[in-house]
Ligand binder design. Sequence first.
Ligand SMILES: Cc1cc2nc3c(=O)[nH]c(=O)nc-3n(C[C@H](O)[C@H](O)[C@H](O)COP(=O)(O)OP(=O)(O)OC[C@H]3O[C@@H](n4cnc5c(N)ncnc54)[C@H](O)[C@@H]3O)c2cc1C
Length: 428
Amino acid sequence: MASHERVVVVGGGLAAASAVQSARESGFEGEVVVIAEEPRVPYERPPLSKGYLIGTDAASSLSPHDLRWYRRHDVDVRRGSRTVALDPAGHTLEVESPEAGRATLEFDRLLLATGARARRFSGPGAGLRGVHALRTLADSTRLRTALRVGGRRVVVVGGGWIGLEAAAAARGYGNDVTVLVRGGEPLEAAIGIGLGAMFRGLHEQHGVEVRRGVSVTALRGHRGRVAAAVLGTGEEVPADVVLFGIGAVPNVELATSAGLRVDDGITTDASLRTSAEDVFAAGDVASVWNPRLERHLRVEHWANAGASGAAAGRALAGAPAAFDEVPYFFTDQYDLGMEYSGYGGPAADAELVVRGDVPLTAESAPDAKREGIVFWLAADGRVVAGMNVNVWDVNPVIQRLIRSGRVVSREELADPAVPLDALAGDTA
Ligand SMILES: Cc1cc2nc3c(=O)[nH]c(=O)nc-3n(C[C@H](O)[C@H](O)[C@H](O)COP(=O)(O)OP(=O)(O)OC[C@H]3O[C@@H](n4cnc5c(N)ncnc54)[C@H](O)[C@@H]3O)c2cc1C
């Protein structure tokens, strides 16, 4: 851990921020450089479709560390700089910035935390004014400006987390909101059809129109502004604002052109090391070997970025780093907050067990509380995932239950009187 070493982190999200913090906390005393393409210090994105979009969170609250923190910890954050080439064997990067032009930067160890970008609509009309995507603070600021006017026709294309959160924000500003979903239900790919229906019911109760089984093939404009989303059937859905929430694409190009192994993301072992000895990857861009699943897993979630970034920071410091977190995700929509942990998703063979009041349909009673826990069970009776809805402080025990690999009885799992600690095999 000699102090003449230099570690470089490429990225400007939570994985980068966590890595730098953990490298310093692990005792690394050498030079730390962060190359971040966006014009600000690394920041967190969840508020971009929640608190920041609805106007309750300030931009200054998005960064885990402010510029003073980086200065105090002797970290050189080069904002607005882009890494354009990597030579893993030669331990060099090519970095471009408007001020300094192109320069070569040597490193001893490198972290690629380049994250992902919003998938863009590329059909006719994509360039019209009023068409949005949501990934960066700049995107969220633009969208907020458009939504805040109120009384506009907002069309959200895509029924994923970001689309639904933005739909809730758009309603909050008093807009007419239509969500266009290609599949049978929103969130179907993430949490399955029953829970997807529950989220649809939630939005419908708040006045959002959710149209299912439709796809947008074009946008029609009027004087350069979007006027309608055109469906595959030719039908037009009038729109003043269109947000595409159609997924994210991992930023693997730098790794690919450097000859690193890349599959769905940058392939790493369980210690986040890529196919090059001194190059690590973390966060949304990393496809990490998961010993539990015995396959690589790429996770596009905040907690994963934080935890894998922290583990990679230890590796940058020259300390051993292992990464084995259970994937975790949260969302807030209207008055519903939920956390999800695990590997269940929509797996066709997973069985759902509900403890409490979480309807698996859109048509729940108007007074349904939507308060409880849903568990995903593998065929052999092990809990592989759990989602707590408007119930708090239970996620750690849900994670322990998943990790324990214990076979549990469905009746006990569904019974709120049976403590989860007992099912997880915790001893007091
Ligand atoms: C609107 C929104 C809401 C979200 N809400 C939630 C949520 O509620 N819960 C949840 O769990 N997750 C949520 N997520 C996902 C979560 O934000 C991501 O998992 C997290 O941002 C990943 O962090 P990261 O550091 O890996 O990458 P990113 O945050 O994508 O950051 C990567 C950074 O690297 C920079 N970069 C890329 N290439 C280069 C290069 N060549 N040179 C220099 N810099 C480069 C990019 O500009 C970017 O700043 C949300 C994401 C979005 C967009």
